[in-house]
Design a protein around this ligand. Structure first.
Ligand SMILES: *Cc1c(COP(=O)(O)O)cnc(C)c1O
Length: 424
């Protein structure tokens, strides 16, 4: 479900024509629909009617302040993985008490910043991190509320590069080490044990691996309580997938996910925390690009290449995860227009700079605008300036209005970040 649709043959974001935005900010650009952000947040929140769940939006999926503010205004908390993301969440008014801090490599200054913000919970991923956090908290005269992120050794059945719940990944503490680490944590003056955390991966399209992981974790909660640990919270991470392709895998509905969680956690009186990212922002964003050239060779079997002004530096998911993004022409193709196969490529000097191979496409000519769908999550957030291509602007639409949520940097700004050495 999203709010990008044709009206009179022109693609719109809510009530705004994409062509109007393109004329104002130039291409390529990311465009987000407030209505989709709001809808997805609400659908997820409403999946947990009886529990008082904290929905800590995973900032890494899309950290733009205008996106974060939209979610903060709905009551979202935040899941952050760096001091930078912590600052983003605080900047839009998300209180520390609604922020959780995840990640395998938190530094002591980052821990101190989070403690100073009165953070809700640290999700601790190693024995070393536990000791460092204890020291940081004691130096500040406070106690750090923690959950251990436990690796349940469950296969999330998703792409290997976004699978985090198997024992061979770097994430979480080993299942078998959990009892001893909880004992150690109890002995530390700077640490207050509050919960257990799990996150097995991203773009998960089946409930079964989630149910398996959550059931294992609930077993651990019971065992820890029997040993006298005050486990009050269960952080079940993010990872629920979104549909990228018509006819592709249909991920579980948030309501079915919510019912499964209710069933698995029934009777335990746990405060639940969720860290959805992609589910909230994935379908709320598109990447709009312009066709620069259509390149055809004459030999038999030659591929046709549609060269766009957006590249892998702007949207790396196809190159990094073999991800599929549907493409729509901004001017709707006439009914019955013939489809022809082409490779959709960008201008970056890498063979991997390819959005799609042999994709059946409607007729496209230089100057035409196209939109990649489902680009709201891990799109702009993972963009870089590789090939010294400026980060593309981000635009937020609400109803009939649109606003620049991040401006395209100028070349002067980009070059001014470098310095010559004093001997040059
Ligand atoms: C990336 C991440 C998330 C969000 O994952 P989505 O698939 O976008 O929902 C949540 N929690 C942790 C710890 C993560 O690393």
């Amino acid at each position: 479900m999203h709010h990008f649709a044709y009206r009179n043959g022109r693609l719109h974001a809510e009530d705004v024509a994409i062509e109007e935005i393109a004329a104002s900010v130039g291409t390529p650009f990311y465009c987000y629909a407030s209505a989709t952000l709001e809808r997805h947040y609400r659908v997820f929140a409403e999946a947990f009617p009886r529990s008082r769940a904290l929905i800590a939006y995973a900032v890494k999926a899309n950290g733009n302040l205008a996106v974060l503010k939209t979610l903060a205004d709905l009551g979202a908390g935040a899941d952050v993985v760096s001091e930078g993301e912590l600052r983003r969440a605080l900047a839009v008014g998300i209180p520390g008490a609604r922020i959780v801090f995840s990640g395998v490599g938190k530094t002591k200054p980052e821990m101190a910043a989070a403690l100073a913000a009165g953070i809700h919970q640290f999700n601790v991923e190693s024995a070393g991190e536990l000791e460092a956090l204890d020291a940081a908290a004691r130096e500040m005269g406070v106690r750090a509320p923690i959950a251990f992120r436990v690796n349940p050794d469950v296969d999330a059945q998703t792409h290997a590069k976004i699978s985090t719940g198997k024992a061979e990944t770097k994430f979480g503490i080993a299942w078998t080490d959990a009892p001893a680490l909880y004992e150690r944590a109890r002995a530390l003056a700077g640490i207050e044990v509050v919960g257990v955390d799990v996150h097995i991966g991203s773009q998960i399209t089946r409930l079964a691996p989630l149910r398996e992981a959550f059931s294992k974790i609930v077993g651990l909660v019971k065992a820890l309580r029997e040993r006298g640990h005050a486990i009050a919270r269960l952080d079940l991470g993010g990872g629920l997938g979104v549909p990228y392709m018509d006819g592709g895998e249909i991920p579980p509905l948030p309501s079915d996910y919510g019912a499964m969680v209710e069933e698995v956690t029934a009777g335990l009186g746990l405060e639940l925390i969720f860290e959805p990212g992609r589910l909230i922002v994935g379908n709320a964003g598109i990447l709009v690009a312009k066709v620069l050239y259509v390149k055809e060779a004459t030999h038999p079997g030659a591929r046709r290449f549609v060269v766009l002004d957006a590249g892998m530096n702007d949207l790396i998911r196809p190159a990094l995860y073999d991800a599929f993004h549907a493409l729509l022409p901004v001017r709707e193709a006439p009914a019955g227009a013939p489809l022809a196969e082409a490779d959709l490529v960008g201008p970056v000097c890498e063979t991997g700079d390819r959005f799609a191979a042999r994709r059946p496409l409607p007729p496209l000519a230089p100057g035409d605008l196209v939109a990649f769908l489902t680009a709201g999550a891990y799109g702009a957030a993972q963009a870089s300036e590789y090939n010294t291509r400026p980060l593309v602007p981000e635009v937020l639409v609400k109803g009939a209005r649109f606003a620049l949520a991040r401006a395209r940097p100028t070349y002067d700004e980009i070059l001014a970040r470098d310095r010559l050495a004093d001997w040059q």
